[in-house]
Design a protein around this ligand. Structure first.
Ligand SMILES: Nc1ncnc2c1ncn2[C@@H]1O[C@H](COP(=O)(O)OP(=O)(O)OP(=O)(O)O)[C@@H](O)[C@H]1O
Length: 584
């Protein structure tokens, strides 16, 4: 079963519907928390009974019975505590099962947000899921039980009840003040830490280039400054939280001792029994414990809440889960109508009002100066980037109506940067099909066929482990030409009928270019539609049409024969484009 089949929670916008599915576990955990908190009173009651019943009467059998009851109560307490943790674990697993596929699909399958925002979304999810099984959530469940302890304290004596109530309110107020003080810093720190981590990761990946360009010291200084700033803010936050914690600890000790003193005074006045002196102190401790726990849990709970909000906002954006139709395999007709793309975060046009039609089996060369928009156009055609307006139709159906996974199997895309994944060459070429369908000889055959069609078979056999060569860091372990050859084989895997190739000859020698020309001839022979961008002119001799882009606009789209100057025998192919305006 593929993730797209199992994303039960992905169709709803936002996360609440899925979280509602965890409600039974959370309600049960809350109920168990109630029982646990009631059983938490067992030692207090035991002590009251021992002082007031056993000691005055010297009743050893009563003591034995009371001890037995206490042992049973504490054992049940321990069991319930373990069951409560199991319930929370199951809620967390459920969240993982129901939400992780939807979030991963959104992260990997939709253009929602920048890559950094998408990476952050998964970290946010892990924070939320982790909080569900940790001490902070337990503190939340225990908090409502403080009033019960206060009530019992009132039953002991109104003065003891009042002191317990005041103590809980005082410590509660400190908890709230601490939250108010620290929340903005926690949120800001979280964003800055994530940014600093991403910047450090980028520097590590590009450290070789930085060294070559003499940028090492500057980068080290930049990160040190960043780290110093973060450390300063973290220290400020810890110091504020620490002060609140210190005040809380002081008050706790003081109030418990005061409870003891108050109990003793009431006992001297014979208002309460001797046992109630210690019970008063214990009860006060129990009543303020949940408050203290909440104080300690504020930081993680605030972080989890802010992670939750960002995740909810991310999941409320348009996702990949629009209902799409499974259509017949495309024949390869491409219609582009009024396509416009602007640079992200600005209104600078990259592509303006692009319209053209390519018939099945045609080979089109996409040419134009650097920055003309060729790569952007190919990315839009392949569905790797969404246009700001206009549309691309494949066999009459808009790209947005196609089931992307289905269309992807009929589509080959060679991006300008090969973008190989950390896996074996085989897995890369097979587009990770083995993960869904398992290894098979048929799959091996298809991989080798694609590599042969791309002219990459011999290159791959020359790698240390051939097709099993592990690309630890994508194409980093390969030469530029090898990386491009593997990426071309991946584009040709599964004999696609639509091919979008971005400068496939960028790293090829003349022999490689001739091989590429044969590959494209082969594609034309099997009626595949090919749009290939190139700066080199050799390929122009074998295409059917030429599309010239300049400043993001179509300058010319016509049959090759009408626009390319024929190649003179014995001359290197310059393939100059001839238009009414002269040679380009
Ligand atoms: N992510 C981006 N953010 C902002 N501008 C971008 C982005 N990607 C591309 N551009 C801009 O879009 C324009 C077209 O870029 P594109 O890579 O499509 O050109 P190209 O014709 O393929 O160039 P080349 O031949 O050098 O590869 C350029 O001006 C580039 O600065």
């Amino acid at each position: 079963m593929s993730p797209s089949d199992s994303r039960s929670g992905s169709s709803a916008t936002g996360l609440m519907p899925v979280v509602r599915g965890c409600r039974p576990h959370l309600i049960a955990a809350a109920l168990f928390s109630g029982l646990i908190n009631l059983l938490n009173l067992a030692p207090t009651i035991f002590m009251l009974q021992v002082y007031d019943r056993v000691v005055p009467t010297r009743g050893v059998p009563t003591l034995l019975l009371l001890t037995l009851i206490l042992v049973v109560a504490l054992a049940v307490y321990a069991i319930l505590d373990a069951v409560r943790m199991r319930l929370l674990l199951r809620a967390s697993m459920r969240l993982e099962r129901r939400l992780a596929p939807a979030i991963l699909l959104r992260i990997l399958g939709s253009p929602s947000g920048t890559p950094m925002e998408r990476a952050q979304a998964l970290r946010d999810f892990d924070t939320v899921r982790g909080t569900l099984t940790g001490a902070p959530i337990i503190a939340l469940f225990d908090a409502p039980w403080a009033p019960i302890y206060i009530l019992i304290a009132f039953l002991l004596h109104p003065w003891i009840g009042l002191l317990t109530l005041v103590s809980a309110l005082l410590l509660g107020a400190i908890a709230i003040a601490s939250e108010r003080f620290t929340e903005p810093t926690v949120a800001a720190l979280r964003g800055r830490t994530a940014l600093a981590q991403r910047e450090q990761d980028s520097s590590i990946v590009a450290s070789d280039v930085a060294q070559a360009l003499g940028m090492r010291d500057a980068l080290v200084t930049r990160h040190l400054l960043e780290r110093a700033d973060l450390a300063r803010r973290q220290a400020g936050l810890s110091s504020t939280s620490g002060q609140f914690l210190a005040v809380t600890k002081f008050l706790r000790q003081l109030l418990q001792s005061l409870a003891l003193a108050l109990g003793a005074w009431l006992a001297v006045r014979q208002d309460i029994s001797g046992g109630a002196i210690f019970a008063a102190s214990l009860l006060l401790g129990r009543a303020i414990q949940p408050v203290e726990q909440i104080l300690g849990a504020i930081k993680p709970l605030t972080a989890a809440r802010s992670a939750w909000r960002s995740l909810d906002a991310f999941c409320s954006r348009p996702g990949p889960d629009r209902a799409t139709s499974t259509l017949p395999a495309p024949t390869g007709r491409i219609e582009v109508r009024g396509l416009n793309v602007v640079a992200p975060g600005s209104d600078r046009p990259i592509l303006t009002d692009i319209s053209f039609t390519v018939q099945p089996g045609e080979v089109v060369a996409l040419v134009g100066p650097s920055g003309a928009g060729k790569s952007t156009l190919l990315r839009v055609l392949a569905g790797a980037q969404s246009p700001d307006s206009g549309e691309v139709r494949i066999d009459g159906a808009s790209l947005t109506d196609w089931n992307r996974e289905q269309l992807g199997r009929h589509l080959g895309f060679l991006p300008q940067v090969p973008t190989l994944f950390p896996a074996t060459v085989h897995t890369n070429i097979a587009r990770f099909r083995s993960v869904l369908d398992g290894e098979s000889e048929t799959l091996d055959g298809e991989v080798v066929a694609a590599a042969q069609e791309a002219g990459a078979h011999d290159i791959i056999l020359g790698l240390p482990n051939g097709y099993a060569t592990m690309l630890e860091r994508g194409e980093a372990g390969l030469s530029a030409g090898q990386g491009q050859a593997v990426a071309l084989a991946r584009a040709l895997f599964g004999r696609p009928t639509l091919l979008f190739l971005d400068e496939p000859n960028a790293h090829l020698d003349s022999e490689g270019e001739a091989r590429l020309a044969r590959t494209i001839e082969g594609l034309r022979a099997r009626k595949a539609t090919v749009i290939v961008s190139t700066h080199r002119t050799g390929l122009l001799q074998i295409v059917d049409k030429v599309l010239l882009l300049r400043d993001g606009k179509v300058q010319l789209f016509d049959d090759r024969a009408k626009v390319i100057r024929p190649q003179a025998a014995g001359r290197p192919a310059d393939g100059g484009i001839v238009t009414a305006g002269g040679t380009r």
